[in-house]
Design a protein around this ligand. Structure first.
Ligand SMILES: [Mn+2]
Length: 466
């Protein structure tokens, strides 16, 4: 049984930090890819498409685009779609989901009570629950035990869905691979703890932690809401490996064995960093499908999984869409580059190797895949440099602006002052220096004292310019 797990498409949502033309082009690419992806599911014999919430951005989704989505979903297809609503597209009466639900077949939208679908042909259950409103305190993980309603979904020519008594579900559940589908906030590690979640309203969307996942009767927990592709504990090591090496490769093979508590993971057959499994449940967020601003840096995509006998093979797939990338550049990194005579500067338009120069500090939030001209970049220069380097930087910035007009450039670098020179003259700097000396005393070395004063002056000047 093959499945594709997507979340947070936020269809209708606009893209930021670029021109109107580029925003429109981005929309075209997204819709075209969605179309191709659905056709591709057919070719790759995907059986089940899991949509883990926030598929729609109802306040921004136009009627034209809603109809376009319905048309895509109405095309004949051999796979089933199971969807839950998230905090952006909750099941309100006015929700576009109501129209989709009424017109699309081979499709199940989970309600606000836990429901389970039983697919006898695949020996798979899918349990899900939708957000009924914009907030859901949680923790709520739907599973076969918490289901209030069940359906059996059988496939002949089409999928047919008929009510299944819960007692019948409980008879068959243990021989099934169990999938759960819900929108939730991760509260696993000290970085994303429940305590922080309580304090920060941002995380008040079905907060789930390790103990909640461990208790769920589920093998694969298909999540949405968090916009970075992550594993539950937000392990930096795994994150780094995932970003750098694991894209588009089989990264996980797990063997499930039946135990008294249901299925539990017994072996990891591939992947250097085993994914964390809690009580036999693997919780994963694919992240949002494509970034919408510099806060959503890096590539985006989906998980492609296959239950094959006792195995779960899992693969990450990057969406071939433009990405947002924010590059942090310390001027020190560019010294070598600027040391060359101006004429020998590497042409900026050979951007792949040039930007590769910027990558090391960027890997923490995701290494850019190959450079793409339609990616949306922001470059932030920082650090101190002498007048010569500052001049070379200005030239470089102009070249980048010509080459990549959409690139946002922030120059936060500042001029390295020649403090000794400044002190020799009767200047404002010298007076500041004297004041700083009075405050910090002769024991402090002169230059740090002057630097403090000089920075204060620069700050004051910045403020008066605003
Ligand atoms: Mn969300």
């Amino acid at each position: 049984m093959r499945f594709l797990h997507l979340a947070d498409l936020h269809l209708g949502s606009s893209f930021a930090n670029c021109s109107e033309t580029t925003k429109a082009a981005f929309q075209v690419k997204l819709w075209r890819y969605l179309d191709e992806l659905l056709q591709d599911c057919e070719k790759r014999q995907v059986d089940l498409l899991l949509l883990a919430g926030d598929v729609l951005e109802p306040t921004e989704l136009s009627e034209v685009n809603l109809q376009r989505l319905i048309a895509l979903l109405q095309r004949p297809r051999n796979f089933y779609i199971a969807a839950v609503a998230g905090n952006h597209d909750p099941l309100l009466l006015s929700s576009p989901w109501q129209k989709i639900k009424a017109r699309v077949s081979n499709f199940h939208l989970f309600g606000e009570e836990c429901e389970t679908l039983y697919f006898p042909a695949w020996q798979v259950t899918v349990s899900g629950v939708s957000f009924a409103d914009f907030y859901l305190q949680g923790p709520l993980i739907p599973d076969v035990n918490s289901a209030k309603i069940a359906y059996i979904v059988e496939k002949k020519d089409n999928f047919t869905e008929t009510p299944l008594p819960l007692a019948e579900l409980h008879k068959v559940k243990d021989t099934c691979r169990q999938i759960s589908l819900v929108h939730a906030s991760p509260c696993f590690s000290p970085t994303f703890s429940r305590l922080q979640a309580e304090v920060a309203d941002d995380y008040a969307y079905n907060q789930i932690g390790a103990e909640d996942v461990a208790q769920a009767a589920c093998d694969y927990l298909a999540l949405g809401h968090f916009h970075k592709p992550i594993i539950a504990d937000y392990s930096r090591k795994w994150q780094a490996n995932f970003m750098a090496d694991k894209a588009d490769t089989v990264m996980y093979q797990a063997e499930y064995k039946k135990t008294a508590n249901g299925l539990s993971l017994v072996q990891v057959a591939a992947g250097d960093s085993p994914l964390p499994v809690y009580g036999g449940t693997l919780p994963l967020w694919p992240g949002n499908f494509c970034g919408r601003n510099f806060g959503e840096n890096g590539f985006r995509g989906a998980f492609f999984g296959e239950f094959q006998g006792d195995r779960l093979n899992l693969q990450w797939e990057t969406a071939p869409l433009p990405c947002y990338y924010q590059l942090q550049v310390e001027l020190e990194q560019l010294q070598e580059l600027f040391a060359a005579p101006a004429d020998d500067l590497p042409p900026v338009w050979q951007v792949a190797p040039f930007y590769a120069h910027f990558l090391p500090p960027f890997t923490a939030s995701g290494t850019p895949a190959a450079f793409r001209r339609d990616n949306i970049y922001k470059i932030v220069f920082s650090g101190r440099a002498d007048a010569q380097v500052k001049e070379a930087l200005a030239e470089l910035i102009n070249e980048i602006k010509v080459d990549l007009p959409e690139c946002t450039i922030e120059d936060n670098s500042c001029l390295q002052q020649n403090w000794e020179n400044l002190c020799r003259h009767d200047s404002l700097a010298q007076r500041l220096y004297n004041l700083a000396l009075k405050k910090y005393g002769k024991t402090a070395s002169e230059q740090p004292a002057l630097q403090i004063a000089w920075q204060a002056l620069a700050e004051a000047k910045k403020k008066s310019n605003r």
